[in-house]
Design a protein around this ligand. Structure first.
Ligand code: TXA
Ligand code: MG
Length: 336
């Protein structure tokens, strides 16, 4: 049984030093990043890292990303670091890119879930960076949600999921990207994207000057990268624009169902066929849509929606991260 804690929301001028003090004592603290809120603990303290697994209810063989203050810390955590890592770090750190490298020998297996690799990133949120700089160390931080739930993009959602299970949450506003970082594996001969995110394949290829592979199908390369992840509680279906039109005109979208859209189709052809209340336009560009996706799914869960119908966004490289999360959210498979 986990210990019941009273979880405080840290805000104001002493918030960062309070977060640093708790982390130094080996506690878990929810911290804002530019992608989603993370549940942080001292990555070099196994007891602290174990508290993350406990608070989330996450299996211990699912590896955690380690967040570092800047690129100079990379050698403390990884070894045999290829030039590509430094190139990417120079372009995208601080930012939403996680580099998968060989872990340094002295790094504990607890944080890597028993793997001999380690995911590293420098997050761009100023408060997270301040905490890291003051600690001058690494923070393990998965998304700050209970296992298999949606990643939180505002502090309030962290509390909803983890209140009483962690020491504190640092208030840092709404996350800019709203989707988790891109993960690139630099261990294979051809670098490959393990998780699509805000930084797209073409951007990585431009910097590296070589092809970057993107698995077409979702591949579970490690425990934790499971298909049925990132799911709202409400059943979710992705329909083509034509299928959506048919459902709307056949009256199949009852008033307990909601539509997420990436186009102006309602204004153009649906108008009164479906109510404004059921319609959520998230944006015609992938970045705006991505920043609103999880927050909207949280909102609809709270409204006890019966079903969420998503208009299939364009199937292009720009939309890859959004489409990846949507296909997982729609997945009915479970992985135990
Ligand atoms: O944007 C993000 O990356 C957020 C913020 C908080 O930084 N973090 C995040 O962590 O999304 P998490 O644990 O929810 O997702 C990390 C993913 C998991 O699917 C995990 O399996 C994979 O990264 N991962 C971590 N370390 C790995 C490793 N050594 N090898 C392969 N995959 C790894
Ligand atoms: Mg997660």
């Amino acid at each position: 049984m986990h210990k019941i804690l009273s979880t405080s929301l840290l805000q104001g001028e002493h918030a960062v030093s309070e977060a640093v003090a708790l982390l130094t004592q080996g506690e878990c603290v929810g911290l804002p990043t530019e992608t989603v809120y993370g549940l942080a603990a001292d990555a070099s303290n196994d007891t602290a890292v174990n508290k993350i697994f406990e608070a989330k209810g996450r299996p211990k063989n699912h590896p955690l990303i380690v967040h570092i203050p800047d690129v100079t810390h990379i050698e403390r955590w990884a070894k045999d670091i290829p030039e590509a890592a430094y190139l990417l770090a120079a372009h995208y750190w601080p930012g939403p890119l996680t580099l998968l490298l060989k872990k340094a020998d002295h790094i504990s297996n607890v944080v890597t879930g028993g793997l001999d690799t380690i995911g590293l990133r420098v997050p761009a949120h100023p408060l997270f960076l301040q905490v890291l700089t003051e600690l001058n160390g690494g923070l393990a931080a998965p998304s700050a949600n209970r296992y298999k739930q949606l990643s939180p993009t505002i502090a309030e959602q962290v509390l909803e999921g983890l209140d009483g299970r962690i020491a504190a949450v640092l208030e840092g506003g709404a996350c800019e990207h709203g989707l988790e970082s891109t993960i690139i594996d630099l261990l294979s001969a051809t670098p490959r994207i393990l998780r699509a995110g805000p930084i797209a394949q073409a951007q990585l290829e431009n910097v590296l000057g070589c092809p970057v592979a993107v698995p077409y199908e979702h591949v579970e390369v490690v425990p934790g990268n499971v298909k049925a992840h990132y799911q709202p509680n409400t059943p979710l279906a992705v329909l083509s624009p034509a299928e959506l039109l048919t459902e709307v005109y056949n009256g199949k979208i009852a008033d307990t169902q909601y539509v997420l859209s990436s186009s102006k189709v309602k204004e153009q052809v649906m108008q009164a066929a479906i109510s404004d209340k059921q319609w959520r336009f998230l944006g015609e560009d992938a970045a705006t849509y991505g920043s609103k996706l999880y927050v909207t799914l949280y909102e609809l869960d709270k409204l006890h929606a019966k079903r969420i119908v998503v208009e299939q966004p364009p199937v292009t490289e720009q939309w890859r991260a959004v489409n990846d999360r949507l296909s997982r959210a729609a997945s009915s498979t479970t992985d135990g």
